[in-house]
Design a protein around this ligand. Structure first.
Ligand code: FAD
Length: 508
């Protein structure tokens, strides 16, 4: 019950503490734990919760070394937990050492992430076993590094003593194999001189035998280093198979592999999505009535208005739509709908190719990517089309919301998406904010799914667009935090998903 009523849910990357799991989570944990004790009715806690969620997103890669938890002290069932830890005001944040005994050390802190690093660094024995060394390294250690460490890459982050970047990046790479990160202080003269380092912070890759190269990034900051390092050859998330060449990918799916440009949108994916949606997913309904009928009408209507397809396909959508909007009955069977669709598809100047040909949405295995990738892509394209042609800011998003709610086959996805829409869709008051809303919600989903079983190891879930796609989209605040430049993001989305940039390769 606390998980439902509280300020956090299981998808926030925050452990939800309860009376039942408190011992197993906190006591003798191999990771250090940060716990927020809050009361769901407390205004400060509500105001603080987005910060705590953002922190959880921000340091989710650090989990095996330090993890975040929260407990709702307003929930009757958790009373004892909050009493045990002598919590009197909300929110209270406490730091639990790895292998904590059933007592605690608590400290509220201001700049949470840095304080966490401070606490981790002074952790003492026994050190959380998953946590790499955080203290600065020296020329001597670097010289023998490859003798004692079985990794391909050693990244050295040169910085001054007050900077946290090196330690942050070290933990950002914690769950990745084949790479280690160490910080080097600007006072470590021999290394600074040897590599000719003049900028702090800056990052260098160091190899056995003493070869080194500077890591090229657009901005010398944590997010840019971590992103670039996580993508070095051979660096993979632990437990995930290493990336394979597209040559090998060919053998994994029954379809022939179609080479594609990762930075482009393909019409073949959009048409495949329409095929699957109209002929397979909607076919799971025997009859549309009430909300389902309204939802179907809204969906077909936005497709007819905004789908930037080949004329033969848009003709079909328009015809289907004018027929559908004329149906005045309170129910339509799928059979009737399908009959109309297939009739239209027979006519000489309108069609919808039968079957799927995934291109940009191909997965390395048949159960990865494909249709859900197509659904996201389709609706991004539609919001971008509506931005120049529409007038109602929420039209496309409402159609998507109700399509997902009523018909999307992944019911768990539908539940999550409905929650997000219920929380924030009302805030969309202009066409550009609709484009940005879908982008930012998609990133929330990407964040939740990073490292999940459904993630295709060849196509890791990232905060999108990454710096190598849109460098200007990324910015760093004065305090060193990563932030998005929304003006640039919008510009990028309007171009990336625009109809004249959609590639028509592999169409029938
Ligand atoms: P996708 O996330 O499907 O993205 C497709 C393409 O869109 C990417 O290749 C990229 O080019 C582009 N893209 C990526 N991020 C953005 C962005 N922020 N803005 C614009 N374009 C972007 N799966 C679950 O396991 N649990 C869920 O709860 C869940 N909820 C979902 C909700 C919806 C509405 C949808 C459509 C899908 C959901 N899925 C969920 C599926 C999941 O989000 C992915 O679609 C699926 O795992 C395939 O991932 P992918 O690698 O192809 O990339």
């Amino acid at each position: 019950p606390s998980a439902e009523a509280g300020l956090y849910t299981a998808s926030d990357q925050i452990v939800l503490l309860t009376q039942e799991n408190v011992v197993s989570v906190l006591i003798n944990s191999t990771a250090a734990m940060i716990v927020e004790f809050y009361a769901s009715w407390c205004g400060h806690c509500v105001a603080f919760s987005p910060t705590y969620k953002a922190l959880a997103r921000d340091i989710k890669e650090w989990k095996p070394a330090v993890d975040l938890a929260a407990v709702d002290c307003a929930d009757q069932e958790n009373r004892e937990v909050c009493k045990t830890y002598k919590v009197r005001g909300y929110p209270t944040i406490k730091f639990f050492h790895a292998y904590s005994k059933p007592d605690y050390e608590g400290l509220p802190f201001r700049d949470l992430r840095h304080k966490i690093l401070d606490k981790l660094e002074t952790h003492g024995e026994p050190w959380p076993p998953a946590c790499p060394p955080l203290e600065p390294t020296s020329q001597m250690e670097v010289d023998v590094f490859f003798e004692t460490n079985d990794v391909k890459h050693l990244a050295l982050i040169f910085e001054d003593a007050t900077s946290y970047v090196g330690r942050e990046v070290t933990l950002d790479l914690l769950q990745f194999d084949s790479i280690a990160v160490r910080r080097v202080l600007n006072t470590e003269e021999s290394l600074v001189t040897k590599l000719g380092v003049t900028e702090f912070p800056s990052c260098y890759l160091y190899y056995p035998g003493g070869n080194f190269t500077r890591l090229r990034v657009d901005i010398e900051a944590r997010a840019f280093y971590s992103y670039a390092l996580q993508r070095l050859p051979g660096v993979v998330r632990s437990g995930k198979p290493p990336p394979v060449s597209t040559e090998l990918l060919k053998n994994n799916t029954e379809d022939p592999w179609r080479p594609f440009d990762k930075f482009r949108v393909y019409m073949a994916d959009l048409e495949s999505t329409l095929h699957y949606s109209l002929r397979v997913e909607l076919g799971a309904q025997s009859v549309f009535q009430g909300r389902a009928l309204t939802s179907l009408k809204a969906y077909i209507s936005v497709l007819a208005k905004y789908f930037p397809g080949r004329p033969i396909v848009t003709n079909l959508l328009k015809d289907l739509n004018s027929w559908l909007q004329k149906q005045t009955g309170d129910r339509i069977s799928y059979e009737t709908f399908k009959e109309k669709l297939e009739n239209d598809a027979q006519s000489p100047n309108s069609t919808l190719p039968d079957g799927v040909r995934w291109v940009g949405c191909q997965g390395s295995q048949p159960h990865f990517r494909r249709y859900p990738c197509g659904v996201w892509t389709l609706f991004h394209v539609l919001t971008v089309q509506a931005n120049s042609k529409g007038s109602d800011p929420q039209e496309v998003l409402r159609a998507m919301r109700s399509y997902v709610h009523n018909f999307f086959g992944c019911r768990e996805c539908a539940g999550h998406f409905e929650n997000m829409a219920a929380e924030t869709l009302e805030q969309v008051t202009s066409l550009p904010t609709a484009v940005l809303w879908l982008w930012s919600r998609h990133n929330v989903v990407n964040n939740r799914l990073a490292g999940a079983l459904s993630e295709d190891p060849q196509f890791p879930k990232i905060q999108w667009p990454p710096p190598d796609m849109c460098s200007a989209c990324h910015a760093v605040k004065d305090n060193g935090e990563h932030t998005w430049n929304l003006t640039e993001v919008l510009k990028f989305l309007l171009t990336y998903f625009s109809s004249d940039r959609i590639l028509t390769d592999y169409l029938e």
